[in-house]
Design a protein around this ligand. Structure first.
Ligand code: GLY
Length: 372
């Protein structure tokens, strides 16, 4: 097992990564179960995660004499809604959750974000433990305390920074994921290499087959490396008030525009949009002569080898660059009339560019939509 500390004054916590952690939840999270005494422990679970992994969690709690009170969440972004938030907070209040209790979240980013936000506002803040079951949640969303729901105006626009008390990332859970979802999570793994560690980028490229095959011996150090990079960034810039945390948005401004155009759904998964977004960020960096075109194509080639989409022309979107650029104006990171873009100084060194002209982005995207 690898243990990574997220060092935050007064709110530090551990992210433990390894195969079989789910079966030891009662022991690993002992301190956060004690307050329940004889009461059942509330576990909010994605319906698929509950079906595939709920038995293992139940057995773990039962071995310590605890029962689980399940709350099931439908898979998909639609569950990050005001309605679901209200239902969940009502459910938790009915169960008499106190500020010293911890709610357990079993699932991917949707459940983690929803539970985290519910716990941020419930009685002005109660604790939660993340049990992330997707690659994307294990390397990104379960760590760092960003919690949110979506509204008609956009994704993640209502939320709070609220850190978990513990994250248990059991790599053996990943074997239950569809291949497409695993590959989508791999995009966020590559992201750490592209934004800050060229050697790690090369390592992920070499081992992407083993990651997709859920080889625990490869998964544990790779996931722990991503978490360690994220922990360092979050410790430096918890609330994204400096540029450090913004670097984690590499590929996301382009990616969100593609997700908005394709309806935030199955047509293009978030991780796939991030893969395309990283390629676009790299190619746009080359257009601005910050990196060479061959460096930009190194990013695209590695993602393509991992089975991720790299060409927006292949998406068959009926739109132009201006339409995509328009989606970016509504990005929550936009401010003062400009949209910050994460660009590359080299493969392994990202920075925040605040001087990007959206009409130039639109022209660049028009070229990309025609290309290949
Ligand atoms: N997912 C980006 C962040 O946590 O800051």
């Amino acid at each position: 097992m690898a243990v990574v500390d997220v060092a935050l004054a007064g709110r530090s916590y551990e992210v433990r990564v390894g195969a079989g952690l789910l079966d030891r939840t009662h022991a690993e999270a002992h301190a956060f179960i004690e307050s329940y005494g004889k009461r059942s422990v509330p576990v909010v679970a994605d319906a698929n995660a509950k079906r595939l992994l709920g038995g293992r969690l139940q057995a773990s709690f039962r071995s310590a004499g605890h029962a689980i009170d399940w709350y099931e969440v439908a898979p998909g972004e639609g569950s990050k809604s005001w309605e679901e938030l209200q239902k969940l907070t009502d459910w938790l209040l009915e169960r008499g959750i106190t500020r010293s209790d911890h709610v357990f979240a079993l699932g991917g980013g949707v459940v983690g974000d929803l539970v985290g936000f519910a716990c941020a506002i419930l009685k002005r803040g109660c604790g939660f433990v993340q049990l992330p079951t997707t690659l994307l949640a294990q390397v990104d969303s379960s760590v760092g305390g960003k919690t949110a729901i979506n509204t008609g105006a956009g994704k993640n626009l209502i939320g709070a920074f609220h850190q978990p008390a513990l994250v248990l990332a059991d790599t053996s859970c990943l074997a239950t994921l569809p291949q497409r979802e695993l590959r989508a999570g791999l995009a966020e793994v590559f992201k750490y290499g592209v934004l800050g560690d060229a050697d790690f980028f090369a390592r992920v490229d070499e081992t992407s087959g083993a990651i997709i095959a859920c080889d625990d011996a490869v998964l544990e150090p790779v996931i722990a490396h991503c978490v360690a990079m994220k922990a360092q960034i979050v410790a430096e810039d918890e609330r994204e008030t400096k540029d450090a945390r913004a670097l984690l948005n590499l590929g996301h401004t382009f990616g969100h525009a593609l997700e908005a155009e394709t309806g935030f759904g199955e047509r293009l998964l978030h991780g796939e949009a991030v893969a395309l977004g990283m390629v676009l960020a790299a190619r746009y960096s080359a257009r601005r002569e910050l990196i060479s075109l061959s460096n930009a194509e190194q990013v695209a080639d590695a993602l393509a080898r991992a089975g991720l989409p790299t060409e927006i022309a292949a998406l068959g979107m009926d739109c132009d660059g201006t339409t995509l650029a328009h989606h970016m104006r509504n990005d929550k990171k936009a401010g003062g009339g400009t949209v910050p873009f994460i660009l590359l100084r080299s493969l392994g060194e990202a920075f925040v560019a605040r001087d990007v002209d959206l009409s130039d982005i639109a022209a660049f995207l028009d070229e990309q939509l025609q290309a290949h």
